[in-house]
Design a protein around this ligand. Structure first.
Ligand SMILES: Nc1ncnc2c1ncn2[C@@H]1O[C@H](COP(=O)(O)OP(=O)(O)OP(=O)(O)O)[C@@H](O)[C@H]1O
Length: 412
């Protein structure tokens, strides 16, 4: 019996919608491309590369634009005999110290049989090995550190690398660093010396609006789907949803892929607006489920308290901590748990806000008054409820009535 068969009625090439696909051309980033190209110009001229810092929210093209330009830079450099350009791309998500970055760089430059281990050397010894590798490569070496904020406080490498030549650690290579981050606070947290070095040139990537996203998605959809498979509103709707949320091209592409996948699984002949709406729900649910994995049962109860308060009286949105705390205490008792104190409860609200599940607004009571926060749910109630309904503790609660009430209130 055959379990798997090729089904190619919907997609021409679905890889085009995946995150690691490198588009041939980039839409809607002319200004950024122009500026970025100017920042990289010294490399082609054979002078000291600038260090460049790119920032902007997730999915706005920072990595795609960087890889696109570096590919061209390496290619165009080949026409000059006196110039060699080497580019290295590292994602720092798992490289949480200067030591880890330095080891990773040494190993990137070395043959597999000559790799060094990730522990056991003094930092200086790793730096010495790194300088030797860089000198051996020589020429212009551009090092991209994506998600550079993951390196954390132990960031001496951000200072050492760009200065290696002026500090006479290397002779034959000129190093440029390109740091990329979507943490807006990262810059403020940097040591001023590192900040001066890393942020020599800066480039901000703003979120895309719906028209820009539509253009980006149309170009990808034309390559990804078979002709005539997408109904007319599909791309505009994906663009509109992504624009309403974070203005992320990744989010729009994920929606298109999921909508196409739903149509394929059901053997539907075309992808429709309904597939997109359903895809949105599915992706949101997945996102909440992913985030919820990081929470403890009191985190889950905190979310349930906000959902319950919302369903019981939507006119009270947004809620202050005290209103939610009472709700939470009742739920904790109903599920046989000792309620946490107010401070710990506050921390759970903060964590849910950080995960993007709640929206937290700072309020000021005015003259002499204190600062306090108001909270409201920032994901669809339906998605939050579905996730909570699958947790063990919900067996002890009347989730069915909660869902019914939510429906009666028009919240689903
Ligand atoms: N202007 C654009 N034209 C075509 N595709 C784009 C454009 N901007 C982003 N994309 C696509 O959107 C997806 C996300 O982009 P990218 O990874 O560059 O975002 P990012 O800003 O680096 O996000 P993160 O900070 O999460 O890494 C990729 O598939 C990329 O090809």
């Amino acid at each position: 019996m055959t379990l798997f068969e090729r089904s190619e009625a919907i997609f021409e090439d679905e890889n085009v919608l995946h995150d690691d696909y490198q588009p041939e051309s980039l839409e809607e980033r002319d200004e950024e491309l122009e500026q970025y190209t100017a920042y990289l110009q010294p490399v082609i001229n054979g002078s000291q590369p600038r260090n460049i810092f790119l920032y902007g929210k997730t999915g706005v093209g920072k990595t795609a634009v960087t890889k696109y330009l570096l590919r061209h830079l390496e290619e165009d450099a080949k026409q000059y005999d006196d110039l060699t350009v080497t580019t290295v791309y590292l994602n720092c998500e798992d490289l949480t110290s200067s030591y880890r970055v330095a080891v990773e760089l040494v190993n990137t430059f070395r043959e597999p049989s000559e790799q060094i281990s990730r522990t056991g050397y003094p930092l200086n010894a790793v730096y010495e090995k790194l300088w030797a590798e860089l000198d051996q490569i020589g020429g212009m070496v551009l090092i991209v550190l994506d998600e550079v904020d993951y390196i954390g406080d132990d960031d001496s490498i951000l200072y050492q690398l760009p200065r290696a030549r002026s500090n006479e650690k290397i002779e034959h290579a000129r190093i440029g660093i390109i740091g990329i981050s979507n943490d807006f606070k990262y810059r403020e947290k940097l040591d001023p010396r590192v900040e001066d070095t890393l942020c020599e040139r800066e480039l901000h990537f703003p979120p895309y609006d719906a028209n820009e996203l539509q253009n980006i998605l149309e170009k990808r959809a034309a390559l990804a789907f078979k002709d005539g498979i997408l109904e007319g509103d599909v791309v505009p709707l994906c663009a509109a949803f992504a624009a309403q949320d974070k203005g992320s091209a990744r989010q729009g592409l994920d929606l298109l892929l999921e909508a196409g996948d739903l149509a394929r699984r059901r053997n539907d002949p075309v992808v429709t607006e309904d597939h997109v709406r359903e895809a949105k729900q599915l992706l949101e649910k997945q996102r909440i489920e992913e985030s919820m994995k990081e929470l403890t049962s009191h985190g889950h109860l905190t979310l349930l308290a906000v959902v319950t308060a919302t369903v019981v009286d939507p006119s009270q949105i947004p809620f202050q901590k005290q209103q939610l705390y009472e709700q939470y205490q009742d739920l904790a008792v109903a599920t046989n748990r000792d309620p946490l104190g107010g401070r710990a409860f506050h921390n759970h609200l903060a964590e849910l806000s950080m995960l993007g599940i709640l929206d937290r607004t700072k309020r000021n009571e005015g003259r002499g008054g204190g600062i306090y926060y108001e909270y409201e749910i920032d994901v669809p109630i339906d998605a939050a409820l579905s996730t909570l309904e699958h947790l063990h503790m919900s067996d002890e609660l009347d989730m069915e009535s909660l869902r019914q009430n939510a429906e009666n209130q028009g919240l689903l």
